[in-house]
Every structure is written in C-alpha cells, then in structure tokens.
Design a binder for this molecule. Structure first.
Ligand SMILES: [Zn+2]
Length: 122
C-alpha cells in the first residue's frame, strides 16, 4: 500500500538526473508541502532521491529547484532561463513501482501500475 498525502504535487518526469514535480495549486503552503513531498519522495523513489535534483513547476509555469540536504528539504533555488527551457520539456521516466520506462508517467507510475495501485497523490 502506498502512503497517500494531501494532493499538492504530481510527478511529471523522473530520471537519473532529476525529478520534475508539477504544483497542483491545492492552496497549501508551498514550503510546508515541499518538506512533505521530499519526505515522501525519499521513501517512494527506489534508493531514495540520492544526488538527483528535484524541480517543481508552479502554476505560473515557472520552475524552481527544491534543494535537498541530508535527505530533507533545504530551501528553494531559482533556475536559469536555459535550465527552465530544458527541464520543462522533460516527461516520462522509470515507473516508481515496476521500474519500466514510461513516456507518459501517471504521477510516477506506468499505465499498468496506475491501474493496479491507483493514482499516487503526493
Ligand atoms: Zn509500473
């Protein structure tokens, strides 16, 4: 059973380099949500976040980095315009459950795992 939390972010992309989250604008404080999301990601991602960078796209379409230190949220950092352009295009990654590559991740899950486990809410 996968732990569920208040809907705040969705996972759009995950790869060896970074994780891209989309802010769902549920009216929660972004800072509090960020702490929570990093905690959940640490448990959810096989082997943890590790050295991956974590980015989130806000409702205005702007991307910032969620810094992680000692497996905890450690503040926000802005991304350059060129980083934003690169990251914003990224989609897909390895399913968090089965590890198979999926180009249209459903919040971190492939189609099959989404059917089986439902939709993950961070
Ligand atoms: Zn899967």
């Amino acid at each position: 059973m996968i732990e569920k939390a208040t809907a705040t972010f969705e996972i759009q992309a995950i790869n060896d380099l970074f994780i891209l989250l989309i802010d769902q604008d549920q009216g929660k404080s972004v800072t509090n949500a960020a702490h929570r999301v990093i905690d959940v990601l640490e448990k959810l991602v096989p082997e943890g976040i590790g050295h991956r960078k974590v980015y989130y796209k806000d409702t205005m379409g702007r991307i910032d980095q969620l810094k992680v230190k000692n497996r905890r949220f450690d503040g926000f950092a802005p991304c350059s315009e060129s980083q934003q352009r690169t990251i914003i295009e990224m989609k897909g990654g390895d399913c968090l459950v089965c590890g198979e590559y999926e180009k249209d991740l459903i919040n971190g899950f492939c189609q099959e795992c989404q059917k089986e486990h439902g939709t993950l809410i961070l």
